[in-house]
Design a binder for this molecule. Sequence first.
Ligand SMILES: C[S@@+](CC[C@H](N)C(=O)[O-])C[C@H]1O[C@@H](n2cnc3c(N)ncnc32)[C@H](O)[C@@H]1O
Ligand code: SF4
Length: 440
Amino acid sequence: MIRILRVTGRLLVSDQRCFSKIFKREFLTEEKSESSQQDPCLTKKASLYIHWPYCLKRCSYCNFNKYIPKDDNSHIVTQCLQQETETLLQLSQVSCITSVFFGGGTPSLAHPSTVSAVLETVSRCVGLADEAEVTLEVNPTPEGRSKLKDFSQAGVNRFSIGVQSLQDDDLKLLGRDHSSHQALQAIEEARRLCPGRVSVDVMFGRPNQTVQSWEAELSELLMLCDDHLSLYQLTPERGTLLFKQLQGGELALPGDHDMAEMYESARGTLRQHGFEQYEVSNFARHSAVSHHNMNTWKGRQYIGVGPGAHGRFVPLGEGRVDREARTQTLEPDVWIREVRHRGHGTRRRIHLGRLEVLEEALVMGLRMTEGITHKHWQLFSPQLALCDIFGSCADVRDFFHRGHLILDDRGLRCSWDGLALLDSMLPALLLELEIQISSS
Ligand SMILES: C[S@@+](CC[C@H](N)C(=O)[O-])C[C@H]1O[C@@H](n2cnc3c(N)ncnc32)[C@H](O)[C@@H]1O
Ligand code: SF4
């Protein structure tokens, strides 16, 4: 059963695990990527992720980069977000930002003027595309709901609401600071403000959850939600309270079989309700896909601003035409000092060589139901086609024979069944990619 990776506006913890190999090799590869990184669509355009690092309390399952604020320094954080946005844009070759995603932490705790300030910085420095998608993650507390209108006036045109569960007991158990009723009220208000552009995050596989109760909960949600849903399998992360509770036997998660059934039944139910699954965890109807996240899965550039944010972009100059992976300093106070001192808080820069770029394109691309088209792959690998790489390996051919993976005139993609098995197929695919690249 695939771990339903959590994918919001950034490259996430789970995704990074897939790339541990990549990061271990950092700076070892200095060869030029064969990718046509000069292609304007891969160098001149990017999406922007802004990380707001504060939360009012810690949810029991969450290991995202978030802190409980000691005092109100939102004015300083806003200035630093603007400064870092400006610096990283100047360091890139980007001339147009196509989408902006405010994630966290709890960005709905920020003042709406933070959103307008960052958008104004983007417009001043490079330009924000007409119709750019601007998403804000919202914790559906009464305070979060009351600010939605101001956020939309500040430029947000898409809300992503962290509903997580419609069971109040579960919300308490998970340490959430809102009720299911408050979450539904927030959805209603967000839909009024941004009709057709409201997403909800829900987690399944929660302690003591049954397949039947999950099905009932999803049906209730479907009566009130808008056109986009992200379904994440609750993942016990080391260092969280939930992890300790599970280790100590105080709580138990549903077994693998039930988890798989919850995922399959949700996929089926959503299909019946007109939602198309377009990625492992994401479902949309009326084409309301998240353009920001699609950008990431399609291997396009993104700039990550704020504590702990990740980015992938081709830097300006230095004689290099290849992409870099950048990670910003995690701790907000340290990040603030660095941004004030040198304009940005980049903690780590990793040059991505040819193999690393292709590994990312493969892992990200196969998460989408449309998979990787030949044209898409050619952007990154003009010399070696998908068939050259995956056409002759016995392990990979086995995936084709079992009907889990498809390679045809459209490109490479998972079948309906195969999408749930993607994690188990990736090691063989990545190994074959490495063999073919190193022998080419
Ligand atoms: C880190 S949160 C930020 C948004 C907002 N603070 C919230 O909690 O609603 C983004 C999403 O990641 C998902 N998430 C966080 N931790 C998770 C975990 N351990 N397992 C599965 N999903 C998780 C949740 O569904 C959440 O809505
Ligand atoms: S509110 Fe969101 S970011 Fe904050 S602890 Fe909870 S899940 Fe994590």
